[in-house]
Design a protein around this ligand. Structure first.
Ligand code: DMJ
Length: 857
């Protein structure tokens, strides 16, 4: 019933064409006011409950102070005890015309923030969020000071702070290649023994290639050339190391020798802002070398990665083959970059696809499949989709994009707002929240949304005078006329003639991009309207026919399926007799497939595993459900599983050399998720002689009830060398093991598939498939009129849906078109029964789960 209502609502919504309706100035102002109110709620909560901490914990209504909260792995590398959220928000305050708050925020920054902290931080995050934040705020402060109304006290304090921070980041560049270390200790640098860093050997491409805007701006504003030189050198290395055949780059690179560590290539996680910074470096600095490089990469991206509307990762050496069937949410920035490039058509197509995904799942999940199902359900309030929406509206003026923006605003309020701010969504499928509000939510999301609904004349600055960094900090394009500090290594600067229009070569220009055709964007979008099935009008579902061959062996189709492990159970005995003989052809047995097999590769069944604690006092009674891995030993093929006593790896993340390799040898190691890839950890532990690994989630409070089980994946390269059994526990279940280890000297566990759990004869949740075949009668295939006998094959028995729903299900399968949600249910991605006798069930997990962070696990 509810489903019908939903369907009806979407049909009405689409029929009314609301999304194309223009928006009155009053309506725009109303939405803008709503955005300001939301910003006040978010920023006000940070200042009230969290400041001077780096971030707000919106569920606990307090600040996140590194070291005082449980370690979340590499996400925490953004936190440097430097009031991150305040600094990241400063120039947003100006854009939103909150000039008193800005002045107050700058005063607090100058008074309270110090960088001499013994903290290891991410070079990339500190650069884009803190250095970029300081520079954007400095530029804004100067602008206001020059107007003579406020900030008269300001004497470049933020620029001095930026310079100090820049110097604290520089030790990261002390490598032979010129590619920076991924982390630096703010007080001790990298090589100092007190630094607790400097052992890393690789970094992501975006991490090395996203420095030039901030570093060049710092050099040009401060007169210290060193920053721009280092950032440019890192870009030169990445350019040199591109794959010459494909002109693509990989995701992770060795910082010492420049070899590619991960060779998958896309436009999302791991690479994204490298491309962005080539384009924007040209716009900001006027150096055409950056544009030339960007254009070469862009052609490669459009040739190999772009499959409109999709953007799929490929192998940089073998780029005609996609290496993934899912996309990550970070790539949502790409349509915005395409607008800057002046390539509107694919930008509109991909953006429309992303919009359809947000309609289906409320927000963009961190990763979603090519069929737009959730692959990893987390949504940390990322701004990339709002960013692209803003750029597309700028370029097209199409009110459709205002409606898209409106939907973002409404969903944030409806599903992410909590009493102390806005909380990240742990899983878009369940709507559960995480105690986290990242600083980019204030730095970027509100900036882009506010700008989307503002007329140029309503803003306190001319927004077209600035370029947005990847964190949406504002840098003035006038920097391009500031002579670069040096000419080096291929970056022949072409100094701009002052007379020349600064914007001749910079985009977007609505004149050139949008060919005066108001329906231009719409015509492109229309082809992608119903991609995910949401809002799709009713069309009849094509009935697929399959032919099952009668083999030389003379096997009949039923036997043939049986030989594949599928048993067919006739629903009625009517199959036998006269009709049956009529159905048999010579050599071929034709079967009409009414419901197609639901198991697509990206929806692979996650076979639940367990960690069963068998030593006293547990004696097998403690059973923790675990996720398997797509690599390492396949436990389903080992009848008795793998048994051993557990030892905690040191370091716990197993990302660096092991201090306790001797203890690990011959035991099952416990290792914390995060900081590096599962495969890297597994290799290290395998080398130390471990006989298995139990990975434990680093996300505080995660548990099997709230989060769908998922399979760990490798690192994109071959994992054939890893032969250990590997399982994954969410943190609550993992806590049981670590507590057991604290309380008892020896803890023995058994790793095995859940269905083999000791003391249980039968699988708890049997595998089932609700696939139904109907045998077509002779002649029926042509006219499709009459209905023949039905066969249902069932692997296991299970629940039955109430009869009414069951009939509805059949009704829809028989011909009418259906929404994606309905179809998913019908095709068995949700528990349902399509049979009568015996009942069938599909007790499977939902679509995948939080596989691996594309950069670390
Ligand atoms: C931001 O910190 C930056 O945009 C970065 O380049 C990648 N994305 C995050 C927000 O999602």
């Amino acid at each position: 019933m509810m489903l019908r209502t939903l369907l009806l609502t979407s049909v009405i919504y689409w029929a009314s064409g609301q999304e194309s309706q223009t928006m009155t100035p009053e309506e725009k102002i109303g939405i803008r006011d709503q955005i300001v109110e939301m910003f006040d709620h978010a920023y006000g909560s940070y200042m009230k409950y969290a400041y001077p901490a780096d971030e707000l914990m919106p569920l606990s209504c307090r600040g996140r102070v590194r070291g005082l909260e449980p370690n979340r792995g590499d996400i925490d590398d953004s936190l440097g005890k430097f009031s991150l959220t305040l600094i990241d928000t400063l120039d947003t305050l100006v854009v939103l015309n909150k000039l008193d708050d800005f002045e107050d925020g700058v005063k607090k920054t100058v008074k309270d923030v110090r960088f001499d902290n013994d903290v290891v931080v991410s070079v990339f995050e500190t650069n884009i969020r803190v250095l970029g934040g300081l520079l954007g705020a400095h530029v804004m402060a100067n602008l206001l000071r020059q107007r003579g109304e406020r900030m008269q006290w300001y004497g470049d304090e933020l620029l001095h702070m930026a310079k100090e921070l820049g110097h604290r980041l520089l030790p990261a560049f002390n490598t032979t290649s010129g590619l920076p270390y991924p982390r630096v200790n703010l007080r001790y640098g990298v090589i100092n023994p007190l630094s607790r860093t400097g052992t890393e050997s690789d970094t992501c491409t975006a991490c090395a290639g996203t420095m030039i805007l901030e570093f060049a701006a710092l050099s040009r504003l401060s007169g210290e050339t060193v920053f721009e030189e280092y950032a440019r050198k890192a870009l030169d290395v990445l350019w040199e190391k591109r794959q010459r055949g494909s002109d693509l780059v990989g995701t992770v690179i060795n910082i010492h020798n420049g070899d590619w560590v991960r060779r998958d290539s896309g436009v999302g996680a791991g690479i994204d802002s490298y491309y962005e910074y080539l384009m924007k470096a040209y716009i900001l600095l006027g150096d055409s070398v950056y544009l030339d490089r960007f254009n070469i990469h862009y052609s490669a991206i459009m040739k190999y990665i772009s499959q409109p509307p999709l953007l799929l990762n490929v192998h940089m050496h073998n780029p005609t083959v996609s290496v993934r069937s899912w996309m990550d949410s970070l790539l949502a920035f790409f349509p915005g970059l395409q607008v800057l490039r002046g390539d509107l058509k694919p930008a509109i197509e991909t953006h429309e696809m992303l919009y359809q995904v947000t309609k289906q799942h409320k927000f963009l999940p961190e990763a979603f499949t090519t069929e737009f199902r959730v692959h990893w359900g987390q949504h940390p309030l990322r701004p990339e989709f709002a960013e692209s929406t803003y750029y597309l509206y700028k370029a097209t003026g199409d009110p459709y994009y205002l409606r898209v923006g409106q939907s973002i605003v409404e969903k944030l309020n409806a599903y992410a707002r909590v009493p102390c701010g806005f909380a990240a969504v742990q899983d878009v499928r369940t709507g559960t929240h995480e105690d986290r509000m990242d600083s980019f939510f204030l730095a970027e999301m509100f900036k882009y949304l506010y700008l989307l609904f503002s007329e140029k004349s309503q803003l306190p600055l001319d927004i077209d005078d600035y370029i947005f960094t990847t964190e949406a900090h504002l840098l003035p394009v006038s920097l391009s006329t500031t002579q670069p500090p040096c000419q080096g290594n291929g970056t022949d600067a072409a100094p701009l003639n002052q007379e020349e229009d600064l914007f001749t070569y910079s985009c977007p220009s609505t004149q050139t991009l949008f060919p005066n055709n108001p329906s231009f964007a719409k015509t492109i979008r229309d082809g992608y309207k119903y991609l995910t099935g949401v809002g799709r009008a009713f069309h009849s579902l094509p009935v697929r026919e399959i032919e099952l061959p009668l083999h030389d062996s003379g096997m009949e189709p039923v036997e043939f399926l049986k030989s594949m492990g599928i048993t067919l159970t006739p629903l009625t005995e009517a199959i036998a007799g006269e009709t049956r003989s009529e159905m048999e052809h010579k050599g071929v047995y034709r079967v009409k497939l009414i419901a197609k097999v639901t198991h697509t590769p990206e929806e692979e069944e996650v076979v639940p595993h367990i960690v069963q604690v068998i030593s006293p006092p547990y004696l097998g009674r403690t059973v923790l459900t675990a996720g398997p891995a797509k690599f390492g030993m396949d436990l389903t093929k080992h009848e008795h599983g793998v048994k051993g006593s557990i030892v905690k790896a040191s370091p716990y993340t197993a990302c660096g050399p092991l201090d306790n390799a001797d203890e690990v040898k011959g035991h099952i190691a416990l290792a914390l998720r995060g900081d590096c890839m599962f495969a890297g950890k597994a290799r290290r532990l395998q080398e130390a002689g471990a006989i298995g690994v139990v990975f434990i989630d680093h996300r505080e409070g995660s548990n099997i009830e709230d989060t769908p089980l998922f399979q760990m994946v490798g690192d994109g390269d071959s994992t054939a060398d890893i032969t250990l059994p590997l399982v994954f526990l969410f943190s609550r279940e993992g806590g049981v093991l670590t507590t057991a280890l604290e309380e008892h000297r020896n803890v023995d566990v058994l790793l095995l598939p859940k269905e083999r759990q000791l003391g249980h004869d039968k699988p708890e949740k049997p595998l089932g498939m609700n696939i139904k075949f109907r045998l077509a009668e002779e002649g029926e295939l042509e006219d499709g009129a009459s209905r023949g006998p039905t066969l249902e094959f069932v692997l296991e028995k299970g629940e039955m849906l109430p009869e009414e729903e069951e009939e509805e299900e059949e009704e829809e399968l028989r011909g009418a078109g259906q929404s994606q949600e309905r179809r998913r249910k019908a095709l068995g991605t949700e528990p349902c029964s399509a049979g009568r006798d015996p009942p069938s069930v599909l007790p499977r997990d939902t679509d995948g789960g939080p596989e691996a962070d594309p950069l670390t696990d």
